[in-house]
Design a protein around this ligand. Structure first.
Ligand SMILES: Cc1ncc(C[n+]2csc(CCOP(=O)(O)OP(=O)(O)O)c2C)c(N)n1
Length: 577
């Protein structure tokens, strides 16, 4: 929509405006970014169309790219981020890498030097095709530089197709500065509907035969591309066949964690009983999930490259099928189409593994019983948290041992109920949780959003608290709460040090600010908690605020993970030495 008013209007239409119109045609109503003089014509397009689309100004491009990544996860459509050339693009690269490893659709637009300055190493010049790939393993699926103003809609449409089709992921489009100011009459193209592969009947019959012959099957679900219908179909498939279901690392919301067939999360800090069960399975069906290092316990739950179990891998990306494992059956299909096809597979009246599935559920229940920890018990904190916040709360985190409490004790509802409720980086990118929470709060103001961050993790992107305040995040019906777990160290690294170099602390200690005072300086409500009993009243007070809140949780530095202490890790390492 073009706004008429007392401002000078631009005529003729320039490519920077055409780009914003192309985004609106794709259904984008919010983009995240940090401005640069390289894309002023696009910023002017956002001004022109401000009734239809908003530009959320962030404080660092890493934060902006994480916000767009979270947008991609939550909406299932590409998140959109705008950054300037060289320094802006390199800052944003963490979000591109995270989107790649999480298979999240994302389009990063980067201002580029003017065409007549290319290849001179002009100011902040970078070759984005070299920097982002796709030859660079694990960055962009496609990186391109728009070649003409009239072809801009073609590039945008292709970017959306590439981001969404097959294994979803990030795309980078560089925008030469001169091109953005060039007039163009190119029409916008329609909203992209991704092409999706269906599983063929023959392999489905084979899959059914493998299931019928199994004694101890196990299903691991995960990856991107899930929607409510797919999650419902997965649940019915699991119910029809009474299959125990684990969720791949940080895809914990694709199966309802409260369901009797849920067996736990298959990731870092896995329940040892669950790891044993997967190793003892005679058939593993991996649905939608990559068989990456975290989901395979470092390629030990399934021995690489030839697992002891029979393996069926279903994935939308042909490049994932057979990447590591010599599977017994490979199906290339989108997760939605695959789940619907699996749901229609008729199960025999007698199933050999009912006790096996019940035992998996019992192991999970036992794993959720906390051991008492003094003076601040993070397990109780998680249980209290989930009791007090609404069921559709979105939980976010970055990387660090602290996230283990979230994954172990919070029960994510299946995404058929409230869409995605877990925003967490498979790539283990520290600093993800705060921007992801800010994005979720801005995109869904009626939803409560809780970020759990480590003290190391939090300060990587903590400046985005200002973005939240500036754009009114957490001021709607939903609350925005950040919980900072302060153990005075990069605790995960300290843990690894104690395992490999016991007692020799090096480079892992932290000086911390007063997190509550810092949050107040950003206009947030803040509180401090160092005992379990203080948490419930502090959280109630936070949830009663009209705006966002931060609670500084001071943890004893001796507490290392949800299962053990530094002292115990050190003692075990010394015994081994
Ligand atoms: C951006 C980034 N830098 C470094 C690392 C390596 N790393 C993984 S966990 C971790 C420490 C996390 O510390 P903190 O957030 O305090 O959580 P804790 O482990 O103490 O619970 C580090 C440095 C990483 N994963 N991501």
């Amino acid at each position: 929509m073009t706004r008429a008013g007392d401002e000078p209007s631009r005529s003729p239409r320039i490519a920077g405006h055409a780009l914003v119109e192309a985004l609106i045609a794709q259904g984008v109503d919010t983009v995240f970014g940090v401005p640069g003089e390289s894309f002023l014509a696009v910023l002017d397009g956002f001004h022109e169309h401000r009734d239809a689309i908003r530009f959320i100004t962030c404080r660092q491009e890493g934060g902006a790219a994480f916000m767009a990544e979270a947008q991609g996860k939550l909406s299932g459509r590409p998140g959109v981020c705008f950054v300037t050339r060289g320094p802006g693009a390199t800052n944003a690269s963490i979000g591109v890498h995270t989107a790649f490893q999480d298979s999240t659709p994302l389009v990063l637009f980067v201002g580029q030097v003017a065409s007549d300055q290319r290849d001179r190493e002009a100011f902040q010049e970078l070759d984005y095709r070299q920097f982002f790939g796709p030859g660079t393993l694990g960055m962009a699926k496609w990186a391109a530089e728009v070649q003409s103003a009239d072809r801009l809609p073609e590039y945008v449409a292709r970017a959306f197709h590439v981001a969404l089709q097959g294994r979803p992921g990030p795309v980078v489009l560089a925008l030469p500065e001169d091109l953005l100011g060039t007039p163009t009459a190119a029409p916008v193209l329609p909203r992209v509907v991704p092409a999706q592969a269906w599983p063929a009947p023959g392999p489905l019959r084979e899959l059914r035969a493998l299931l019928v012959a199994a004694q101890r099957p196990f299903l691991i679900a995960g990856g991107s591309g899930w929607d409510a219908q797919a999650a419902r179909a997965l649940q019915r498939f699991a119910e029809n066949w009474q299959l125990p279901v684990g969720c791949g690392f940080r895809f914990q919301d694709c199966f309802d964690n409260r369901h009797p067939l849920y067996a736990g999360d298959v990731g870092i800090g896995i329940n040892p009983k669950l790891a044993q069960r997967i190793q003892a399975a005679d058939l593993v069906i991996a649905l939608g999930v990559r068989l990456g290092e975290m989901t395979t316990g470092g390629y030990t739950l399934l021995q690489a490259p030839r697992p002891a179990q029979k393996l069926v891998h279903v994935h939308a990306g042909p490049e994932e099928l057979g990447r590591v494992y010599a599977a017994d059956l490979l199906l290339q299909a989108s997760v939605g189409n695959a789940a619907r096809a699996l749901e229609s597979l008729a199960a025999p009246p007698q199933l050999a593994w009912r006790e096996w599935s019940a035992a998996a559920a019992a192991d999970l229940a036992a794993n959720r019983v906390p051991q008492a920890v003094e003076p601040l018990d993070m397990a109780q904190v998680m249980l209290t948290l989930q009791r007090l916040v609404p069921e559709d709360t979105v939980y976010t985190n970055g990387a660090g041992n602290y996230s283990g409490w979230l994954h172990r004790y919070v029960q994510y509802p299946g995404l058929q109920h409230h869409g995605r409720t877990q925003l967490a980086p498979t790539a283990g990118a520290m600093g993800y949780g705060v921007p992801a929470a800010v994005a979720a709060a801005l995109l869904y103001p009626q939803r409560t959003v809780v970020n759990l961050a480590g003290d190391g993790d939090f300060l990587m992107t903590g400046q985005e608290l200002a973005t939240a305040t500036g754009h009114g995040a957490g001021r709607g019906a939903g609350k925005l709460v950040c919980l900072v777990v302060d153990n005075g160290s990069y605790g995960t690294i300290r843990m690894h040090q104690e395992r490999g170099f016991p007692g020799r602390v090096s480079g892992s200690e932290l000086f911390n600010p007063d997190f509550a005072a810092l949050a107040r300086a950003y206009g947030w409500h803040a509180g401090f908690v160092d005992r379990t009993a203080q948490f419930e009243p502090a959280l109630r007070e936070a949830l009663a605020q009209p705006g966002p809140s931060l609670l500084h949780l001071k943890l004893a530095s001796e507490v290392s993970t949800s299962r053990t202490t530094l002292g115990a890790i050190r003692a075990a390492a010394l015994r081994r030495a």
